[in-house]
Design a protein. Sequence first.
Length: 121
Amino acid sequence: EVVSRCRIEVEAMRLMVLRAAKAMDTLGNAEARVWVSAVKAMVPEKCCDIIDEAIQMHGAAGISQWFPLAEMWHSQRTLRLADGPDEVHHQVVGRAEVKSREGERGPTADHIARGRVFTGP
């Protein structure tokens, strides 16, 4: 099951990268920045997760010099900081998502204040 999940995540990452590349080709760099930020946030994080799973499957040998997994994890973790922290990329994607929903009808502050909308516990 773990190998299957990792393979599916690799394919999802590939598709995200291709989508970002297509956006850059068709829309230009400025318009594709949201896709690029999504890739920069997702790919390094998922790569670390996959390498971590591989280390776990190999047990103590996974962090030994017999396998390159520990070095791979270290290199990948460093890359998560090279292009800026993940939070910055998530912020770019989040702002774009909120902006894309502007104008849609939803509960207003007035509705919430009057108790007409359930806002949770």
